[in-house]
Ligand binder design. Structure first.
Ligand SMILES: Nc1ncnc2c1ncn2[C@@H]1O[C@H](COP(=O)(O)OP(=O)(O)OP(=O)(O)O)[C@@H](O)[C@H]1O
Length: 640
């Protein structure tokens, strides 16, 4: 039966472009999640402005009282003094009240922003964990890091700062303009008249701000990627004495980043100048038009002071809008970059609830029967595996050999569902892979990749890594150790094996015990980033122990013994054969010495399965395997 998949890995990230409408909808969803906090923040802003904008009235009244008291009797002056002091006390109380409400408005709204940042970061990280190698192979790690860290922070500011200042401006303008109109409609219109013109002039600056912000963020990602890559490959750079060239390249990137930032600063400065102009144009109008009215006697001095008080009070919310524009556009550009990742669909779909469970050990005496049925696979359209059909009986140990680039690693990656075939079907114990729950399938496969990866923790923690994953996911812990493992270790009185026993055993089978004895701290030895403090062979054997500890149904060693000597390789393979009894082991290797005892050897050539059989049968056949074997033997003889 042939099954086709629409998912073919591509060389570039298939970043989902998200329409503005969709993006707004997603942002609105986050906003709605914390609408209670935002609403509380808005109420505090109402309170802040209500109290703060009551001050100009008190000030105006006080000034008018003083103005009216010119030439008054001593008794009236004493009365006026009392009224002015009362007004001053009210102003102090209003200022304190407004200050307290301002603190609460900010903490409530910033708190909502922090919640959104927290959710967004967790959701993005969870999504990243689901993505497949085709995504990570095509987007630089530094770029991804920049999106998860910087861009998420910019989105927080978009919510917190933009909401705070936009709502603040709306509330302040509503209250302020209402009071200004009540005092003098004509003067209010004079103050507002230049605004539409200035706002129109700002439109093109705002558009330029958005585009420039995106450029700066992209440059920042470029720099992060370069730093991350160069630090990982620092040994190679030094070995080729390329430090100076790398320093030059980095300096060039840094210069571009600097120049783009300068352009951004220029646009922001222009925007700020416009905003400050808008904020101060009102004061200018009040001074010119209002003062003439006071002189002409058509406006009281107190009214003039009160009116001016409102205009001054509205200046800060207006200036803050300039900042909002910057934060808003940076936040939107950042959110666009986040959406590109979060909307990227994994190539490999998890069937989830529809999943068919893999058969259990009780149902089968041996586990890990693998079938490839007319499997084809292409990376970005170029075929790598062609019409592969093979069957690996449960409990057998097989090898995959072939020239470099013939598709061996790709074949086992399909088995672990790191990619899906372009066409054809793969089954494990009769269950087609797309129908098995992904986590269950992967937890049943002990995969030791070609390049061992260790985390910067202790050797013990690195080995326990797979086990921790099993224990973390309760649905997977039901798996009991297999009979061979129990036989080798003996079971406790309750039939269980301690975790330490399992680790010790895995360490022994992976031939890591001798190395651990040589380390002062044994399993507690720290390995440094990516395991830099260990030799290649030690790293490989640590990853083998890690895979064994999970007691997998299928064990895959992808050239995982290339860095160990032949004697150790033989010891490991002998012990593995015993441990994996009843389970399936797949060995990818370039060393033919190890293959005399495997049950079957599959020979790949340019993505095609050209031969299969035992070592002796293939040698006798005199085909590609025999040729490669003879060449290797000759090389060994020449070297010895
Ligand atoms: N992620 C990828 N994207 C695009 N092409 C890839 C990718 N991984 C492998 N290839 C290509 O697919 C082909 C098969 O690669 P694969 O790693 O499966 O070969 P292999 O037989 O395991 O090689 P080796 O013995 O050198 O490890 C090669 O031509 C390789 O360049």
């Amino acid at each position: 039966m042939s099954q086709s998949s629409s998912s073919t890995p591509t060389s570039g990230p298939r970043l989902a472009s998200v329409s503005d409408r969709e993006r707004r909808k997603i942002l609105w969803g986050y906003f709605k999640r914390y609408r209670g906090l935002f609403a509380a923040g808005a109420i505090f802003l109402l309170l802040t402005n209500g109290l703060a904008l009551a001050i100009p009235q008190q000030l105006g009244d006080a000034v008018q009282l003083m103005r009216d008291s010119v030439g008054a009797s001593a008794e009236q002056l004493a009365e006026t003094r009392q009224q002015v002091i009362r007004a001053a006390m009210i102003i102090i109380a209003l200022a304190i009240g407004a200050g307290i409400a301002r603190v609460y408005s900010r903490t409530t709204i910033f708190n909502a922003g922090r919640h959104i940042e927290f959710d967004l970061r967790n959701e993005l990280y969870t999504h990243l964990a689901r993505l497949t190698p085709s995504f990570f192979g095509s987007m630089p790690t530094g770029d991804i890091t920049s999106r998860v860290t910087n861009d998420v922070t910019y989105v927080r500011l978009l919510f917190a700062i933009a909401f705070l200042h936009i709502v603040n401006a709306i509330v302040a303008y509503t209250i302020g303009i209402q009071r200004m109109v009540a005092l003098d409609l004509g003067l209010t219109l004079w103050c507002l008249a230049p605004l539409p013109l200035l706002l129109l002039g700002m439109r093109s600056i705002i558009r330029a701000l958005f585009e420039q912000t995106k450029r700066v963020q992209a440059e920042l990602s470029n720099m992060s990627s370069r730093v991350q890559e160069n630090l990982s490959g620092v040994d190679v750079i030094k070995a080729y004495t390329l430090q100076d060239r790398e320093i030059d390249d980095y300096s060039e990137l840094n210069t571009t980043f600097y120049e783009e930032n300068v352009k951004l600063a220029r646009i922001r400065a222009m925007l700020n100048a416009m905003i400050v102009l808008i904020a101060n144009v009102g004061t200018l109008v009040v001074l010119v038009v209002g003062a003439q009215r006071v002189i002409a006697g058509t406006m009281e001095l107190g009214t003039f002071v009160e009116f001016n008080g409102y205009v001054v009070a509205l200046a800060f919310p207006t200036i803050a809008l300039g900042w909002v524009f910057a934060v808003w556009h940076r936040g939107l550009a950042a959110f666009e970059r986040i959406c590109e990742v979060s909307n990227y669909e994994p190539d490999v779909a998890d069937p989830g609830d529809l999943a068919e469970k893999l058969p259990t050990a009780e149902e089968h005496t041996a586990l890990g029967h693998i079938e490839f049925d007319q499997v084809n696979f292409a990376y970005d359209g170029s075929p790598v595996l062609k019409d592969i059909s093979l069957s690996i009986p449960a409990g057998s140990t097989v090898a995959i050999v072939g020239k470099t680039g013939s598709g061996k690693s790709t074949l086992v990656k399909l088995l672990a569902r790191l990619y899906d075939p372009t066409s054809g079907q793969i089954r494990v114990d009769g269950v087609p892979l797309p129908q098995a729950p992904l986590r269950e399938l992967r937890s049943e496969i002990g995969f030791v990749p070609q390049e061992p990866f260790l985390f910067s923790m202790t050797i013990g923690q690195n080995i326990r890594f797979g086990l921790d994953a099993l224990q973390f996911d309760e649905s997977l812990t039901r798996r009991a150790p297999t009979a061979p493992l129990i036989e080798r270790l003996g079971s406790g009185t309750d039939g269980s094996i301690s975790q330490q026993d399992r680790i010790d055993q895995a360490v022994k089978i992976a031939a890591l015990d001798g190395d651990l004895e040589a380390f002062d701290k044994g399993l507690d030895t720290l390995v440094g980033e990516r395991g830099v403090t260990l030799s290649g062979g030690q790293k490989q054997r640590t990853t083998i122990a890690r895979a064994l500890l999970t007691d997998p149904r299928i064990l895959i060693l992808d050239d995982a013994l290339a860095s160990v000597d032949t004697q150790t390789e033989r010891r490991i393979l002998d012990q593995l054969k015993e441990l994996m009894h009843g389970r399936t082991s797949i060995l990818i290797t370039h060393r033919f010495n190890a293959l005399s005892r495997v049950d079957c050897i599959f020979v790949l050539d340019q993505g095609e399965l050209v031969e299969q059989g035992t070592h002796d049968a293939l040698v006798e056949k005199g085909g590609l395997y025999a040729e490669m074997y003879a060449r290797q033997k000759l090389r060994e003889q020449l070297e010895s």
